[in-house]
Design a protein around this ligand. Structure first.
Ligand code: ZN
Length: 331
């Protein structure tokens, strides 16, 4: 009989002892490793700081500590943690400069007029169409303004920096006739403006200033030249978009395109593009162009408006609280 025998009690004692010893040991090892990995960098960084601080030569400046630690390659979080434990009042900005993020700080502190109040929330209006015209002002803008007036429609113009006397006159007219003016790009030179965030902001600020100086309007919305994600900005678009949003601007891509910037676009293609893409749409931001060579857009606009009115849509100009259509980074 095994149960109750001396052998049984011997085995029971072994089992209990091994549970008492082995389980805590295993747990200690697991958590020890975990803690060690998590804090290893911090400990190393802390030691490094200590040794740097106690060198016999003149005390190191914060600046010198950063540059030494940077070459050791510790992770940013752990270095900051280590500074904190050492009671060093560490300036994060300085550290970030050393970690190659200096341009973040630079561009965030530049262009101090390039700010606007973001909307408290977005609104969605059913059966509404927002006609938008990019790349003007040009002589075609006037024709478009007349057509819009004929139907008492307000629209949105994302403008470029046309500094000719005529360009400035037309820009003013867009504002006087009650339409929304948004920033597009001052130069519309995609190679240059999408080189980095700084280049983008410089151009955007110039466009803002062009609008403000000539109309007194501080624009609140923007359409990125080429759309928010394009072949020129794919490596910087996320930073650019984040910075534009941080500054309070709302950006609008589109969900219907006239494709009128394509070569060979004519009445037929523009009309067909818009009417076919409008199918089953409850609301739409329509992309069109009012640059000097887009006369076919002018020719088609009247018929597009009639078509959309017949379908029961209302027209409105964009305001920064209109919920935007934006391209998704990955679909
Ligand atoms: Zn454009």
């Amino acid at each position: 009989m095994y149960f109750g025998s001396v052998r049984f009690f011997k085995h029971l004692i072994y089992a209990v002892l091994s549970l008492i010893i082995i389980v805590p040991t295993v747990l200690c090892i697991i958590f020890g490793i975990k803690y060690k990995n998590a804090d290893n960098d911090a400990v190393l960084a802390m030691q490094e700081i200590e040794s740097l601080k106690t060198q016999e030569t003149k005390p190191l400046t914060e600046d010198e500590i950063c540059s030494t630690i940077k070459t050791e390659g510790y992770s940013s979080d752990n270095i900051l943690k280590a500074f904190d434990r050492n009671g060093i009042n560490f300036r994060k900005e300085l550290y970030e400069n050393y970690y190659g993020l200096s341009d973040v700080n630079t561009y965030q502190s530049l262009y101090n007029d390039l700010y606007t109040d973001p909307p408290a929330s977005f609104t969605v209006s059913d059966n509404t169409v927002y006609l938008t015209f990019d790349d003007g002002p040009s002589k075609n803008t006037r024709y478009i303004l007349d057509i819009l007036d004929k139907y008492d429609i307000k629209a949105t113009f994302f403008v470029t920096g046309n500094e000719t006397p005529e360009g400035i006159e037309i820009l003013k007219e867009i504002a006087e006739r009650g339409h929304t003016i948004g920033i597009h790009s001052y130069t519309h030179n995609l190679n240059v403006i999408y080189e980095d965030v700084d280049a983008f902001l410089e151009d955007m600020d110039k466009c803002r200033k062009y609008i403000y100086d000539n109309t007194g309007i501080n624009p609140q919305i923007i359409r990125f030249a080429g759309g928010s994600i394009n072949n020129y900005d794919r490596f910087v678009c996320q930073q650019i978009i984040a910075e534009v949003i941080r500054r309070g601007y709302v950006y609008y891509d589109w969900n219907v395109s006239a494709e009128d910037a394509q070569s060979g676009a004519d009445w037929t293609s523009i009309y067909r593009n818009i009417t076919s893409q409008m199918k089953d749409k409850n609301r739409a931001v329509i992309l069109m162009h009012d640059s000097a060579d887009k006369y076919n857009t002018v020719l088609t606009l009247d018929d597009i408006i009639v078509y959309l009115k017949d379908k029961g849509y209302s027209f409105a100009a964009l305001d920064n609280d209109v919920k935007p259509f934006v391209f998704e980074y990955l679909k």
